[in-house]
Design a protein around this ligand. Structure first.
Ligand SMILES: Nc1ncnc2c1ncn2[C@@H]1O[C@H](COP(=O)(O)OP(=O)(O)OP(=O)(O)O)[C@@H](O)[C@H]1O
Ligand SMILES: [Mg+2]
Length: 312
């Protein structure tokens, strides 16, 4: 095996040695070493299968070295115990990975709830307050001489601007349309806003055939949002398209652009990258048990294909 790393070679040696000593009656001390060697394997980036191979090698060697007087059952038990100890660091790593994933998912939900709350507050509460100020100012203006009244009109003009900005901000955070009318109207609204800001023409088509579960509506909205922002930021695209298709047991959503494309594989394996957009898309799709495919080429641009299963 020429591809074996130095770390693995060393691990094999130490592992075989420790197992040998364990079988010679090492007890707790050699079990402790099994655990430490497992941790070293994790730290060196070896997988469970690598460790299994290391164990198999060590076990075979210990068979060859065996004196025939040992009790076979006892020996098998000792080997088993040693293997379990050396595997347990993998189990711990795996568990904390799962826990971290679950925590991320919960965090995402909390953030989304918080965003919704702020967006609705900006949209409803703040604009209601402004409306009250409007009315009070209009009252005041009617009782004042006209030159003062005109200055109050000016102030009301500023208030209108603030109100429009609050609405935009609220929609950027999370369109109330998404909660009130569902995915397609919210996507159309999103696309309009992006086109206005960037000049990229965006077509939204398809149907959800009624409302979807809120978690799916939110996820698809965020996915399309990220896809379209990427198309306008990175792709130098002139056009983009969003297509939503309802199947009997799933909902499919495609985001396409006619831009310059990118190397999907390289982007995903590049550890120096700190971009989160595509990672977050994948995370959302996984959380809903769906599938994501990204196709990209310089000739045909980029397409994100998302499929989310629906319960019937
Ligand atoms: N539609 C696209 N066209 C061309 N390149 C793209 C497209 N989408 C993504 N990319 C490339 O993939 C990279 C990763 O995208 P991703 O959305 O994960 O990160 P980002 O947009 O750079 O940053 P972030 O989304 O975290 O603000 C981008 O930097 C870009 O190089
Ligand atoms: Mg992005």
């Amino acid at each position: 095996m020429s591809s074996m790393s130095e770390a693995e070679r060393q691990l094999r040696l130490l592992y075989a040695q420790a197992l040998q000593e364990h079988l010679a009656g090492g007890g707790e001390a050699t079990l402790r070493r099994a655990y430490e060697l497992g941790r070293k394997a994790v730290a060196d980036g070896l997988g469970v299968l690598d460790l299994a191979a290391v164990y198999t090698g060590a076990a075979a060697a210990s068979m060859r070295n065996a004196d025939s007087d040992g009790n076979a059952v006892e020996k098998a038990e000792a080997m088993h115990g040693f293997l379990i100890e050396s595997l347990s660091p993998f189990e711990i790593t795996h568990r904390s990975f799962r826990e971290a994933n679950a925590a991320l998912y919960r965090l995402n939900e909390i953030l989304e709830e918080e965003t919704k709350r702020i967006a609705h507050m900006l949209h409803d509460d703040a604009t209601q307050l402004l409306a009250a100020v409007h009315i009070a100012l209009a009252d005041l203006a009617s009782e004042l001489p006209s030159d003062l009244g005109n200055r109050i009109q000016e102030i009301r003009g500023h208030l209108d601007q603030i109100e429009a900005q609050l609405r935009d901000l609220s929609h950027d955070l999370r369109p109330t349309l998404l909660d009130d009318l569902g995915l397609l109207p919210a996507l159309e609204f999103l696309a309009e806003g992006i086109t206005k800001r960037t000049g990229v023409a965006i077509v939204v088509e398809g149907s959800t055939d009624g409302r979807l579960p809120p978690s799916i509506e939110t996820a698809l909205y965020r996915i399309v949002q990220e896809g379209l922002v990427n198309a306008t930021r990175h792709a130098r695209a002139g056009r983009a398209m969003v297509q939503v298709t309802r199947g009997p047991r799933s909902i499919r959503c495609a985001v396409r652009d006619n831009g310059i494309g990118f190397d999907v594989q390289a982007t995903q394996t590049d550890k120096n990258r700190h971009s989160l957009g595509l990672v977050a898309i994948r995370e959302r799709v996984n959380a809903l048990g769906g599938a994501l495919q990204i196709n990209s080429s310089a000739q045909r641009g980029t397409e994100l294909l998302v499929t989310i299963p629906l319960e019937d």
